[in-house]
Write a protein that binds this ligand. Sequence first.
Ligand code: MGD
Ligand code: MGD
Ligand code: SF4
Ligand code: MO
Length: 755
Amino acid sequence: MGETALAYRTCPLCEATCGLEIATDGDDVVSVRGDADDVFSAGFICPKGVALKQLHDDPDRIRTPLLRQRDGSFAAATWDEAFDTIDRRLTAILGDGDRNAVGVYVGNPSAHNLANLLYGPAMARSLGTRNLFSASTVDQYPKQMASALMFGTGTSVPVPDIDRTDYLLILGANPLASNGSLLTAPNMRGRLRAIRRRGGRVVVVDPRRSRTAEEADEHFFIRPGTDALLLFAMVHVLFERSLVALAALADHCEGIEAVAELAADFAPAAVADACCIDAAAITRLACELAGAERAAVYGRIGTCTQEFGALCSWLVDVLNALTGNLDRAGGAMFPKAAAGARNASGLPGQGRGARFGRWQSRVRGLDEIFGELPVACLAEEIETPGEGQIRALITVSGNPVLSTPNSRRLEAALATLELMVSLDVYVNETTRHADVILPAPSPLRRSHYDLALYQFAARNVANYSPPVLAGDPLVPDEWVTLLRLTGVAAGQGPAADVDALDDAIAGELVRREVEIEGSRLQGRSIADVLAALAPRRGPERLLDLMLRAGPYGDGFGDGEGDLSLAALEAAPHGIDLGPLQPRIPEVLRTASGRIELAPRALVDDVPRLRAALVRRRAPGELVLVGRRQLRSNNSWMHNLPMLVSGPQRCTLQVNPRDAERLGLVHGELARVAGRAGVLESVVVEVTDAVMEGVVSIPHGWGHADLAQSVAGAHAGVNSNVLADEHEVDAVSGNAVLSGIPVAVAPVPAGAVVAA
Ligand SMILES: Nc1nc2c(c(=O)[nH]1)N[C@H]1C(S)=C(S)[C@@H](COP(=O)(O)OP(=O)(O)OC[C@H]3O[C@@H](n4cnc5c(=O)[nH]c(N)nc54)[C@H](O)[C@@H]3O)O[C@H]1N2
Ligand SMILES: Nc1nc2c(c(=O)[nH]1)N[C@H]1C(S)=C(S)[C@@H](COP(=O)(O)OP(=O)(O)OC[C@H]3O[C@@H](n4cnc5c(=O)[nH]c(N)nc54)[C@H](O)[C@@H]3O)O[C@H]1N2
Ligand code: SF4
Ligand SMILES: [Mo]
């Protein structure tokens, strides 16, 4: 045993950004604990954070490039061999003159990865393809789109000011399992309990009595997919009872009359049946919200990955605005992130606004959103011949075979690609189809800064972590790998000059910053700024620039703030930049310079919602929703023994009345059929935690027998086999993964079933 050293590191696994204290002995990790001195998390940690040690040590994690052999197996290769293969085959495809022939899919962990956030876009630009996809179109884009339409940028998402609110209405989120999403705040249990302790109220609307619902003052079951009706009915009540009180926002809102008019059709009595919530309760909820001193409405994945994802996301903030809670302490507020905040850059108060649908997907004609196409159409773009067909795919930290709808079709499509390259830490259900897998380093061997998640944090904080352990000589940092791929795409061959590419990216970022009207660096000399950033390189150089040009930055000596990467390096437990502050009108970047309460794209979708008012439910109709589990992280981390031990968690939850009607028995097997496919055998869990007419299977399971031995032994089933890829939210193109129709039947005891 050598000397134990302590290092401080923000956890990269979920949005909570907990500070960790990691004990190391030489190159070994001894233990992972919560960092009691972290300015945001104050020692909080969940089991996944502790499991970083097992992730780091996992012998199944890949440590060298893997090349597919003729027999389909993988063999270890050198980086030069891997890049020679990529260069030869990718260059041949690009040589045919169609840049769209290469597709890219970027998965969730990239949002927690500084290198990928900063260098992934460079690779995409260099490829020059429109076939860009990500997990954001099976996730939060409806919310970001509604925010962009209302406030001008996709990161202007109002987050509940959870530490000061007296009333929190939560729809479609289970922060006690997920630890919060588009709401970065470590220790959600503690923060929710504190609301109740100071006399406040927490209300949860969810088709399941989730752990969060159990902790709340009140829980309403809701028919999946009907939240927009409920929210509209609450808006209706506010107008009908003259409870609309815009307060300080009155001079900044556009479209309030349009909202009033639209809400007229959605009286509580008109929506009650569809939502399965009685009209009096809806009226009471609206009155409570309006009456609370400081209140916030918060909707998350259950309100996004559904038929009316964009409308729900919009109406959440319409309610926040109409009750005077938008942008006030204890309401729903706009964070001001220290780096990369689009809504804190340039001239305050007005901007270009957001544009969507600048191009369409080739086969189905789905609109572009934030420069991407909806991943629900990835398979057809691979399968359908013609100009623009995806012939090669690059995946970065993703597992769309488990995480996107009609996964069996996508999996079959992947097998037809001429080339697939994946950057990942594992061979997973997706990367196993790659021709080349490039390993990413253990999180403990790379630096960390939550560039994305601080845009959604309940306090303004900044925390940078250097790598805990020295780099692995066999696994370069991901920005280097992404730049090598950038070089191949740019026609510079397999061994492009990474330093030159990095210099070009830094130079371009500085150039853009000094040209932005209203930037603190406007008019500065590019060379001077670059000189001040030297000798930093890679993500650290770009981050230092963003911090120093940002709202708290030292402005390279303009005498205002003092934040810089050096300041963060000197503060291993992070720097607290204070509670959220009111930001309207400064935060706005809409073309009008106002809050758009009734943006055209959303108003135009209301007739579709109106049709849902009169939809008849067939007797015995069942719909499927998902659920997150504390010890799971989407489709991964199932190879870590400490997270998968104990009873099987990938079960089909069924209400006792449905179970009785269908003859389903707790602990036995059921067959579940959806529009896109069938799961022949799922373990039944009978529980009244799920409402009648609804069943639940967590996503991210259904592991193939592959190089992850532990995950293979806890395979579970892939719920996205059931989801129809043609069902998307009409406004955003986001996949509908919640509230999808299914038929469930018992599997006779003794029957022989395939998974
Ligand atoms: N039915 C249903 N489907 C869903 C959802 C749902 O609620 N219900 N949720 C959706 C949501 S919100 C999301 S975000 C998606 C997630 O979908 P994806 O992003 O496609 O999948 P993940 O499971 O996050 O896969 C992440 C992969 O990244 C790898 N990885 C981990 N760390 C790193 C790293 O540092 N570098 C690299 N290169 N790779 C790394 C892991 O090995 C893993 O294979 O799933 C979506 N799918
Ligand atoms: N432990 C853990 N933490 C995670 C993740 C994980 O996989 N595991 N994933 C991370 C990611 S990528 C994300 S995006 C976040 C998501 O974070 P959350 O949004 O908190 O996600 P969930 O915990 O799935 O909670 C969604 C809830 O919506 C409910 N729901 C389903 N359909 C409907 C509906 O139509 N209406 C309403 N009102 N409710 C509905 C479900 O029953 C469920 O309780 O979590 C992140 N954190
Ligand atoms: S809550 Fe999230 S950030 Fe905190 S330790 Fe767990 S996984 Fe990591
Ligand atoms: Mo997500």
